[in-house]
Design a protein around this ligand. Structure first.
Ligand SMILES: Nc1ncnc2c1ncn2[C@@H]1O[C@H](COP(=O)(O)OP(=O)(O)OP(=O)(O)O)[C@@H](O)[C@H]1O
Ligand SMILES: [Mg+2]
Length: 262
């Protein structure tokens, strides 16, 4: 890999011991470079969310090593932002208060600076006029915009996104993909790790698609997406090279979907 790796996982496994022992991840190796946009696909239950939980430090690996900028780390990594599938917005806070929350927590800027920074991004994602609304007054797509903005606002070097657009309709999804790409192009050093079940989304967004095996999750194959950027999210699926990559990813994933789950 040409660029310096920011996250390195080697032989990582994660076993859950409950009523029934489940090996979620086994011998997983993965290097992610600074500034990369990596997408992850894999059969349901193969350990994708577990992988993100390990990277951010919400859980520790049972065995194996994880490095952040070349150093081993344990505990929560505050350099890493996490956009979860459910928006987790605080229902008692307004949009702008939700967005400012992470800035206050990290002591970034004065209150006025926090508001300015939050307002700028709220406008960028088309939510001007909704800054004083509460969660229940927003649509699903609006909530996900706020969810992304409240992570982007403090500019973490790494952002993990776990099926962030999963529950949204196809049009809103495209708009948010486009928006995410634009915001990422403005922050070229930001590393994104994005889980999705939607192969078109994985290929349209990613520099590389990581295909995970059926559980226990390993890296089955890594498919480079050598499509030029900036990409037109609305038409990219018609590109011939895109179709070739799609077929390759789909065939590989289908094999894993047919594999017996342990
Ligand atoms: N905290 C936990 N305790 C016990 N088992 C867990 C825990 N978290 C995950 N698992 C198990 O680990 C396996 C992987 O779960 P994970 O949520 O990582 O899968 P996933 O790939 O994100 O699935 P999906 O695509 O459905 O979101 C599953 O069998 C799940 O039951
Ligand atoms: Mg998951």
């Amino acid at each position: 890999m040409a660029k310096a790796p920011i996250i390195q996982l080697s032989s990582v496994s994660r076993v859950f011991r409950g009523q029934r022992e489940v090996t979620a991840l086994a011998a997983l190796d993965l290097d992610i470079a600074e500034g990369e946009f990596v997408t992850v696909v894999g059969p349901s239950g193969c350990g994708k969310s577990t992988l993100l939980n390990l990277i951010v430090g919400l859980q520790s690996p049972t065995t194996g090593q994880k490095l952040y900028r070349g150093q081993p780390f344990s505990g929560l990594n505050l350099d890493i932002g996490y956009v979860t599938q459910s928006d987790n917005l605080f229902p008692w806070l307004t949009v702008i208060e939700n967005v400012c929350f992470g800035l206050s927590l990290r002591g970034i800027g004065s209150r006025a600076e926090q508001r300015d920074r939050a307002l700028e991004l709220i406008e960028r994602v088309g939510l001007k006029g909704f800054e004083n609304h509460y969660r229940h007054e927003l649509s699903g797509g609006m909530r996900q915009r706020v969810n992304i903005v409240r992570t982007l606002v403090y500019d973490p070097p790494v952002i993990l996104l776990d099926e962030p657009f999963g529950p949204l309709d196809a049009q809103t999804r495209l708009q948010l993909q486009d928006l995410l790409l634009t915001l990422w192009h403005e922050r070229p050093k930001t590393t994104l790790i994005f889980i999705t079940h939607d192969l078109t989304e994985a290929i349209a967004l990613g520099d590389r698609v990581i295909i995970m095996s059926a559980r226990p999750g390993r890296v089955e194959e890594i498919v480079p997406v050598d499509l030029p950027r900036p990409r037109d999210i609305y038409t990219i699926h018609t590109d011939e090279q895109f179709r070739r990559i799609y077929d390759r990813v789909w065939l590989r994933l289908a094999e894993q979907m047919k594999a017996p789950v342990s």
